[in-house]
Every structure is written in C-alpha cells, then in structure tokens.
Design a protein around this ligand. Sequence first.
Ligand code: SAM
Length: 151
Amino acid sequence: MNPTHDIILQPIGVIHSPFHDPAETPIQAVRSTALGQVEVFPQFAAGLQDIEGFSHIYLIYQFHRCEQTELQVEPFLDNQKHGIFAVRHPFRPNHLGLSVVELIEVSGNLLQIRGVDVLDGTPLLDIKPFVPVFDERQNVRSGWYETRSKP
Ligand SMILES: C[S@@+](CC[C@H](N)C(=O)[O-])C[C@H]1O[C@@H](n2cnc3c(N)ncnc32)[C@H](O)[C@@H]1O
C-alpha cells in the first residue's frame, strides 16, 4: 500500500459522555472522574471477548468536533507554542485522540467507563487493553511538560 494514500476508517462505536462543550471537558483522562459509556456497534461486539479482565483500556477516537489543524499550538497546560506532535491537543492533522479510561463494567456491547475526557458522541476507532508492562519505560523525559506554565 502506498503510504501517501488516504485512509478510510470505520468507527467501531461511539463514546457517550456528560460533556457537550469543549471548554468544559476535562483536558486529560487522568484528571477526570467523569463517568461515560462506550457503545460498541453490534457488528464489532464479538471483539470485546475477555475485555472485562482489564481494569483500564485505551480508547482511540476522532476529535469529531474539531475542524482546525495547526502544526504549532499552545497546549492547554502551557503558554508557549509547541509542535502539534509534541502535544496532545485536538488540532492535529488527523484529529486522533487517545485516552486511558477505567473499565467499570461490561454488559453486552456496552462498556461503563470512568475518567472520560471527550465530548458526547465522539466516534470510537479502536479499543486496546491497558497493559502497563507493554508501555512502561525507564528514564522518561516529559519535555515542555516538566517546565509548563500551568499546573
Ligand atoms: C487535550 S485533548 C486530550 C484528549 C486525549 N486524552 C489525548 O491525549 O488525545 C482533550 C480536549 O479535547 C477536546 N475534545 C474532546 N473531545 C472532543 C471531540 N470529540 N471533538 C473536538 N474536541 C474534543 C476537549 O476540549 C478536551 O478538553
């Protein structure tokens, strides 16, 4: 496949949340205790087998209410501009978001979750189990976040 070709993605579900206004939505899942629900479309529900064994999951989704793209932005936690790939801001070229949320309960194709930082109706592109040993690293640096201007 030519890596410059457009890619068409099919949502596998939708994220329901209490948030309707971007300005009132938590800026990161780790700072949120809000409850939400992941609705996986029935044709993908078989893919949820054994998900209940995981306390946390990654949600990969599209910031569907964001049309703006900027390659350098001031992130929510700093008053200096940084490259879009050095921040987690929605203004990225493909508007892809990533959140680790707590998985509270699984009932058929519905997942009850805690720690939501997305708008209601956000299209869900993928779910992956959160397995700390896969992502844990030693000697981690967090760039501008370590000297950010906001708490
Ligand atoms: C800074 S982003 C971080 C999201 C995710 N944890 C990440 O790192 O990709 C979170 C902000 O994106 C905005 N947002 C959330 N869901 C959105 C959506 N579906 N469309 C547009 N903006 C959204 C809200 O302003 C929210 O505070």
